[in-house]
Design a protein around this ligand. Structure first.
Ligand code: AGP
Length: 606
């Protein structure tokens, strides 16, 4: 989704803004722009396309030169991606950049038109710029407050006033925005990775707080206009974490970071060989009190929840419902006191997941956030919180965040099973012992990269393919299919292997690739029958299984073997070849792996 940056300081503002925006490219965008204070005025440069298009355009026309300004990457919502709809937008003395959606923009626009105002763009953002200007009588804070009282929706805004040179104003409601604190320079950004190379210190803005950034400092005002003292935070992510470090793509780097990410996530939550989530607000008493669990999330995070369902139900015998957040929030769910609602999110800002969290709380359920981004909205609003320590995930296609979400699902399931007395301490220690071995197991699978690349070369010309599996393997095949779709643009579906005969098998044509995930010993025979069924109808079969599993070789065209291990742990190593296959297929098709078309990393609007 849109990315916002702002700068006040002594450096070349255009350079800082472009550099910071480049760190937000991963969020997904289709146009970009900046506004810089220059020679007593404001110079705006904006264009449809990528940042490189913006830089080209500036080179040909004019490169704004100054020491303060705002910048934006836009992911179109209101109005197609074109030069006019790109941000920044101006209204009289006011120029702004905006992330989010103004829900009542139509009514506000009608009002402004009735007052004689003219609009250039189709955006909701221009309405805010014009409204700010309409209320501006020389006092920026007052006019921002008045505007805040009238606009509805989710937004983060970077604002500059033509008659307040070298001052940047910022405010947010629902959408993320941080204020970076440097020496003689200050920043705003949609997330901290944008400014890590300048500073690691920042303020988190609460809803409707207004930040005023000058070169010599930052003042923050509450929604009543009183100045408030903010707590200075320091990011524990370093610059390197947000760089490619020699890998061709962030996605490949992030796939390789998985062993470390798992270790960093689980180690602090294991004490004396047992899971210990007490630091996250999770106690044995609380765990015992839950009758029913809901896991609510979107996309890949929801797929991690599906694995969670299998293992929680298997080990702790507590019923688990997994829900897509955008469905949960509108289906009047049967959730209430005594239930636990787990929200999984890498970004912690996904609009539907955040809304689901708030709904669950309003219905009286206890809530647990499993979140990667520190200080994000879901992290702040959850009753209990487990941070996954994956570090920044830049590639739009989530890999390491999924892996650490799985590792937390295991820790949680083990602790819950112990609290519910469904397993004893010895068994719990044994399971933790297995989990501790997963970083090495994942590392060993990374060595299968060449085999995955070969398989990808067989897929690049496919129009469609199927992923099949049973039980945990089915949950995993859903993630494999999503990964392939989002970055290779090949249509794929994931099916419960036993369901094929009920309709889907009619899709199989000669040479159609079918990726079968078959790591579960108990289900192997059944899954192999399904593999044979598709093979007999001409499918090209690719099987991911455990070493030593007996599968009729005539049913298999390609095989990737995971070192033999316990079935329940299999999703962690077995997802790696699926990630690598998606990655290499995308590379071989010449796609933009880290920034696939139409997608945004952080989906902060519905
Ligand atoms: C995964 O590869 C996706 N790009 C997407 O499905 C993502 O997992 C989903 O949008 C949820 O995001 P979140 O974890 O930040 O809430």
């Amino acid at each position: 989704m849109c990315g916002i940056v702002g700068y006040v300081g002594k450096r070349d503002c255009t350079k800082v803004l472009i550099d910071a925006l480049s760190k937000l490219e991963y969020r997904g965008y289709d146009s970009a722009g900046i506004a810089v204070f220059e020679n007593g005025g404001i110079s705006v440069a904006k264009t449809k396309g990528r940042l490189r298009d913006l830089c080209e355009k500036m080179k040909k026309t004019h490169i704004p030169s100054g020491h303060s300004g705002i910048g934006h990457t836009r992911w179109a919502t209101h109005g197609e991606p074109n030069d006019v709809n790109s941000h920044p937008h101006a209204g009289g003395k006011v120029t702004i950049v905006h992330n989010g959606i103004i829900e009542n923009y139509k009514a506000l626009k009608d009002f402004l038109v009735s007052k004689g105002r003219h609009f250039q763009s189709e955006t909701d953002t221009e309405v805010v710029a014009q409204l700010l200007d309409y209320y501006y009588c020389g006092n920026p804070i007052e006019c921002i407050q008045k505007t805040l009282s009238e606009i509805q929706g989710s937004f983060a805004l970077g604002i500059i006033f033509a008659d307040r040179p070298d001052v940047v104003y910022a405010v947010r409601r629902e959408s993320p925005l941080i204020v970076g604190l440097g020496k003689d320079e200050n920043f705003i950004a949609s997330d901290v990775t944008a400014i890590l190379q300048y500073t690691r210190d920042y303020y988190l803005l609460e809803h409707d707080e207004i930040a005023v950034l000058g070169m010599d400092g930052v003042k923050v005002f509450d929604s009543h206009g009183s100045e408030i003292k903010k707590e200075r935070k320091t990011a524990d992510w370093d610059v390197d974490a947000a760089e490619k470090q020699g890998y061709e793509h962030f996605m490949l780097k992030e796939i390789h970071e998985q062993p470390t990410a798992v270790k960093t996530t689980i180690t602090p939550r294991i004490s004396d060989g047992l899971p210990d989530l007490s630091e996250c607000g999770i106690t044995v008493e609380k765990l015992r009190s839950f009758n029913q669990i809901f896991i609510v999330a979107c996309g890949t995070a929801m797929h991690a929840g599906l694995v969670g369902k299998y293992i929680i139900e298997e080990l702790a015998r507590v019923p688990v419902v997994v829900d897509i957040a955008s469905e949960f929030r509108y289906r009047n769910p049967l959730v209430g006191v005594g239930d636990l609602v787990i929200i999984i999110s890498q970004s912690g800002e996904t609009a539907d997941s955040l809304a689901a969290l708030r709904l669950a709380k309003s219905l009286g359920a206890s809530t647990l956030g499993i979140v990667n981004a520190k200080g994000s909205s879901i992290a702040r609003e959850s009753d209990m919180l487990i941070y996954t320590h994956a570090g920044p995930e830049i590639a739009v296609a989530s890999t390491k965040a999924y892996m650490v979400q799985l590792s937390v699902m295991y820790l949680f399931a083990f602790e819950l099973a112990l609290a519910k007395e469904k397993i004893d301490e010895a068994e719990c220690r044994r399971l933790i012992g297995l989990l501790r071995q997963t970083p090495d197991l994942i590392a060993s699978i990374l060595e299968s990269a060449d085999a995955c690349q070969k398989i990808s070369s067989q897929l690049i010309n496919a129009d469609h393919l199927l992923y099949i599996g049973r039980g945990l393997d089915y949950a995993l095949s859903m993630e494999g299919s999503l990964k392939l779709k989002e970055i290779s643009y090949i249509h794929s579906e994931s099916y419960a292997a036993g369901e094929l005969k009920h309709g889907t098998i009619s899709l199989i044509t000669n040479g159609m690739p079918v990726i079968a995930v078959a790591t579960q010993t108990k289900l192997l025979e059944k899954t192999v029958s399904n593999i044979k069924e598709v093979k007999a109808r001409g499918a090209k079969t690719i099987v991911v299984c455990q070493q030593g599993m007996e599968i009729d070789p005539s049913a298999v065209d390609f095989k990737i073997e995971i070192p033999k291990f316990e079935d329940i742990i299999m999703p962690m190593p077995a997802v790696v070849p699926l990630q690598l296959i998606a990655y290499y297929t995308s590379v071989l098709r010449g796609n933009d792996v880290d920034k696939p078309r139409n997608l945004a990393k952080s989906v902060t609007v519905e």
